[in-house]
Design a protein around this ligand. Structure first.
Ligand code: MN
Length: 752
C-alpha cells in the first residue's frame, strides 16, 4: 500500500510498455532485417533482471536501457544485435547475471559487446591518472575489437547526459566535463554528428546555464529574420532544381548554441557578429547510384548561375571524404542582400552518414574477403591500435596524444608521385614523413615543399607537394617533439627517444655497478640515495642516464659523499615533499584552525565565496582569474585547499576530467568590497582622441583602477587590452556599456 502510494506500478508498467513499443516501431521502420523476437526476449530479460531497481530520478531502471536502445536504433542506425546489447548493457554490472548467462541465451556476439560495455563502465576517468589511462585504453581496445561497443557507450552517455539533472552538482560537473573532454571529440571522429552536437549542448547547458539560456533566447528572437532570409534565398534555388527534375529537400541548418558560444569565446565577438548561424542544406535523391557524385556538382553549377560563389570557400568533401566518412560539397554564395551564406549539398545517402555516422553503414568483416577497400574509419582504428601497442608511461600524455587526433580537421597534400594524402590541419613536414613511414620520419633531414627546401618544422597547406629528404646518419632529435603535431609522429618520436634513453641508461647502470665494485662500496639504497642527491637527480634512472651520456663522471667526491653519514639528504628530501599550495596567494593568517574548517568541505554542498572565505580559505586560479558573478567551481586538493576556477577554464576542464571527486560547487556571496583583476579587449576604428576617451571613461566617470593598458594601431584599426580591477561581473557590464558609447569603438569583450 505504502509503496504503491509513491510509485503506481500499473502506471509505470504502461510507461515501460509504451517506451518499448516505440523502440520496436522505430526498429521495424528501419532497413534492418526484422529480428523482432530476439529484441522482445532481450527486453523481457532485462526488465526482469532490473526489477525493483530505480534510477536516481526515481523512475524504474529499465527505462534507461530502453532509452539507450532507442538512441542506438534511431540516431546511430544499428541493428538487432546492438539493440539487444543496449537493452542488456547494465545487466552484468548491476544484477547477479553473468556474461555467460547472456551468452547462453543471446549468443556470443551480444555477450561480447555487453562484456566490453561492462569493462568500460564507471566512467573513463577514475580518481587517479593511471586508472584513467587504463580505462581509456580499455575503451579504445574494445573499440577496435568491435566498434559497436563504443557506439552503444556513446548512446549510454547521451542518455545519462539527458538525465543529468537528477545528479548532485559536483557529479554533474564531472560528467559534463568528461563528456566535453573525450566523448564529444570521439563522437565527432566517429561521424556521429547529431550525438556530438547534443552532447556538447548538454554539457554547455550544465556548465554555463545562464549563457546557454541567453543564446537560446537570442536564437528565438532572431528566428523570424532567419526564416525570411532562408525563404528568399532558397526560392530561386527551388525553381532551378525543379527544372533539373531531381528529387530534393532544402533544410535550414542553424548553428548549435555550443558552437555559437565557442565562436564567441574564441573570436571575442558578441552574438550579433556571428554571421554563419544560418546555413542551407540541400539533400538530393539521385535517380541512379552512378550519377550520385556528378549530380552534386551539377546542382552546384546551377546554383552558381544564380548566386556568386566565394572562390576560396568551395570545399570538396565529395571526392575527398573526411576521415570520419563525411561527404558533401560546401559552397559559400552571396545572397541578393549581400550576405555570404554557406550551402551544403549532399545526397540522401551522404546525409544519413553525416548524421548517424559512418559506422552504421560500415560492413563488418565477417566472411568478407574484399579487404582491399580500406575505409577511413579502418585507417583511424589502425592508428589507434598502433598507439596502443606502444605503452606510454605517462597517462596524461597518452590521453593528450589520442585527443590530438580526435578534432583535427584535414588538408590534402601530394607525394612527389602525385599520390594524395590526407593530413590533419597545421601538420608539419615532419608529421608527413612519419605518416608515410617510420624510417622516413626517423631519418629525415629536411623537405622540399613545392620544390622549395624547407625545415622539418614547416607547416603544410592543402595542395602542397611534399618530398622528404633523408640521411642514414640522421637520428631522432629530442626537440622534434615540439613541432610534431600528429599523434602518430609524436608517439613514434617519444618511443624512439625512450628506447635510446633506455640504452644509455643501461650503459650508465653498468658504469655505476663497476664503480661500486672498484671502490669496494656497497650497492645499496642508502648509497644510491646519496649519489642521487649529490647530482641533483630525481631517481636512479636519471642518474644512470647522466652517467651513460657522459654528463656525470663518478669520482672522489662521490666516494666521499657515500662515506659521509650526514643527514643533509633527509633535509633536502623533506623540502621537496612539502606540498605545493600556491605559496604566492597563501594568506599569512592561514593557521591550523583554518585547516579544521577546510576539512569540513562536503562535496555535496556548494561552498560560499564571500569576503571572509575568499581571503582565508580559497585560492583564485591564475589561469582564468574568475570574478564574482562568473560560473565557477572549486577543486579540493589533498590538503583540503580549494582553488576556484571558471567553469569554462581549459585547465578546469582537464582537472574535472581527471580529479572528478574533488570538485565542489561554489556560489558567490560578495558585497563589492574585494577587487579582482580582469582583462578587457577593445577594438575599433582609430581616430584622434580615442584613447583619451577610453581612459577618461574608465578612470574619470567610473573611477576604475587600471593596472595596465596596451594599445596597437594597425591600418587604421585600433586594438587594445586593458587590465583593471573590478568587484564583480556587474562592474564589467557597466564598464562595457559605458565604453560602447565611445565613438569608433566596435567591440569590447572580456578576455579572462
Ligand atoms: Mn547505462
Amino acid at each position: 500500500m505504502e509503496v504503491n502510494s509513491i510509485h503506481d506500478t500499473n502506471e509505470e508498467d504502461k510507461v515501460i510498455d509504451l517506451a518499448f513499443q516505440h523502440l520496436l516501431d522505430t526498429y521495424m521502420r528501419s532497413k534492418h532485417r526484422k529480428k523482432k523476437d530476439v529484441i522482445v526476449r532481450a527486453f523481457n530479460f532485462a526488465k526482469q533482471a532490473h526489477k525493483g531497481a530505480r534510477r536516481r530520478s526515481g523512475e524504474p531502471y529499465i527505462l534507461h536501457p530502453i532509452a539507450v536502445a532507442q538512441i542506438v536504433c534511431e540516431n546511430i542506425g544499428l541493428g538487432s544485435t546492438s539493440i539487444c546489447a543496449a537493452l542488456l548493457h547494465d545487466v552484468v554490472e548491476d544484477t547477479d547475471y553473468s556474461v555467460e548467462d547472456i551468452q547462453n541465451i543471446f549468443g556470443q556476439k551480444v555477450a561480447m559487446i555487453v562484456d566490453g560495455l561492462t569493462k568500460i563502465s564507471g566512467g573513463i576517468f577514475g580518481n587517479h591518472a593511471s586508472e584513467q589511462a587504463e580505462n581509456f585504453k580499455k575503451l579504445l581496445l574494445t573499440m577496435s575489437e568491435d566498434i559497436r561497443v563504443i557506439l552503444i557507450k556513446m548512446a549510454d552517455r547521451l542518455h545519462n547526459m539527458r538525465t543529468l539533472g537528477s545528479m548532485i552538482p559536483s557529479k554533474q560537473y564531472k560528467i559534463a566535463g568528461e563528456t566535453l573532454y573525450i566523448y564529444a571529440p570521439l563522437a565527432h571522429r566517429l561521424g556521429l554528428n547529431s550525438i556530438k552536437t547534443e552532447l556538447e549542448d548538454l554539457s554547455f547547458r550544465y556548465e554555463h546555464p545562464e549563457e546557454y539560456q541567453q543564446i537560446q533566447d537570442q536564437l528565438i528572437q532572431t528566428e523570424a529574420e532567419r526564416d525570411t532570409v532562408f525563404a528568399e534565398f532558397t526560392a530561386p534555388i527551388r525553381k532551378k532544381l525543379d527544372t533539373m527534375g531531381i528529387g530534393y529537400e532544402i533544410k535550414q541548418r542553424v548553428k548549435s548554441p555550443y558552437s555559437i558560444w565557442n565562436k564567441m569565446q574564441t573570436k571575442h565577438v558578441p552574438f550579433e557578429e556571428i554571421y554563419d548561424i544560418l546555413a542551407v542544406r540541400i539533400i538530393y535523391d539521385s535517380m541512379d547510384a552512378k550519377t550520385e557524385l556528378t549530380d552534386c556538382f551539377n546542382i552546384y553549377i546551377q546554383l552558381s548561375q544564380i548566386y556568386e560563389s566565394h572562390p576560396e570557400r568551395l570545399r570538396d568533401w565529395i571526392n575527398h571524404p573526411k576521415a570520419n566518412g563525411y561527404q558533401a560539397l560546401h559552397a559559400t554564395l552571396m545572397s541578393k542582400k549581400g550576405e555570404w551564406i554557406e550551402v551544403q549539398i549532399r545526397s540522401r545517402h551522404m546525409d544519413e552518414i553525416a548524421e548517424q555516422g559512418f559506422a552504421a553503414h560500415w560492413k563488418y568483416k565477417e566472411g568478407d574477403d574484399n579487404q582491399n577497400d580500406e575505409g577511413e574509419l579502418d585507417k583511424w582504428l589502425k592508428t589507434i591500435k598502433e598507439i596502443l601497442d606502444d605503452p606510454q608511461p605517462n597517462a596524461i600524455e597518452f590521453l593528450e596524444t589520442i585527443k590530438l587526433n580526435l578534432y583535427a580537421s584535414e588538408i590534402f597534400v601530394f607525394t612527389p608521385k602525385g599520390e594524395l594524402k590526407t593530413m590533419p590541419q597545421n601538420c608539419t613536414a615532419l608529421d608527413f614523413a612519419f605518416s608515410i613511414h617510420t624510417f622516413l620520419g626517423s631519418h629525415c633531414i629536411g623537405a622540399k615543399v613545392n620544390h622549395k627546401l624547407v625545415p622539418l618544422s614547416h607547416k603544410l597547406h592543402s595542395g602542397d607537394q611534399v618530398e622528404i629528404l633523408t640521411s642514414k646518419s640522421q637520428h631522432v632529435q629530442p626537440n622534434w617533439i615540439e613541432f610534431a603535431t600528429t599523434a602518430k609522429a609524436k608517439n613514434k618520436i617519444l618511443a624512439i627517444l625512450r628506447r635510446e634513453q633506455r640504452e644509455i641508461q643501461k650503459q650508465g647502470e653498468d658504469v655505476l655497478e663497476d664503480f661500486f665494485k672498484l671502490q669496494n662500496l656497497e650497492d645499496n639504497q642508502s648509497n644510491l640515495d646519496k649519489l642521487v642527491q649529490l647530482h641533483d637527480c630525481h631517481d636512479k634512472d636519471e642518474l644512470c642516464l647522466l652517467i651513460g651520456s657522459g654528463k656525470v663522471t663518478l669520482g672522489d667526491e662521490d666516494v666521499r659523499a657515500m662515506n659521509q653519514n650526514g643527514n643533509k639528504r633527509n633535509w633536502k628530501r623533506l623540502l621537496t615533499t612539502i606540498p605545493f599550495v600556491n605559496r604566492k596567494k597563501e594568506q599569512p593568517q592561514a593557521t591550523s584552525s583554518d585547516t579544521t574548517v577546510l576539512e569540513k568541505i562536503d562535496p555535496k554542498r556548494p561552498i560560499t565565496l564571500n569576503e571572509d572565505t575568499l581571503q582565508r580559505h580559497y585560492i583564485i586560479a591564475d589561469c582564468c582569474s574568475p570574478i564574482p558573478g562568473d560560473d565557477v567551481l572549486g577543486f579540493v586538493d589533498e590538503q583540503g585547499k580549494v582553488t576556484i576556477h571558471k567553469r569554462q577554464c581549459s585547465e578546469a576542464i582537464k582537472l574535472k576530467a581527471s580529479k572528478g571527486r574533488s570538485i565542489v560547487a561554489a556560489i558567490w556571496d560578495t558585497h563589492k568590497v574585494l577587487q579582482f583583476p580582469t582583462h578587457l579587449s577593445v577594438r575599433g576604428i582609430d581616430r584622434i582622441g580615442l584613447l583619451h576617451d577610453v581612459t577618461d571613461i574608465l578612470s574619470g566617470n567610473l573611477g576604475v583602477n587600471i593596472q595596465k593598458l596596451t594599445i596597437e594601431v594597425k591600418d587604421g584599426i585600433f586594438e587594445g587590452e586593458i587590465k583593471l580591477f573590478v568587484h564583480d561581473v556587474d562592474d564589467i557590464k557597466s564598464i562595457m556599456q559605458q565604453l560602447k558609447k565611445v565613438e569608433g569603438l566596435r567591440t569590447i569583450s572580456r578576455i579572462s
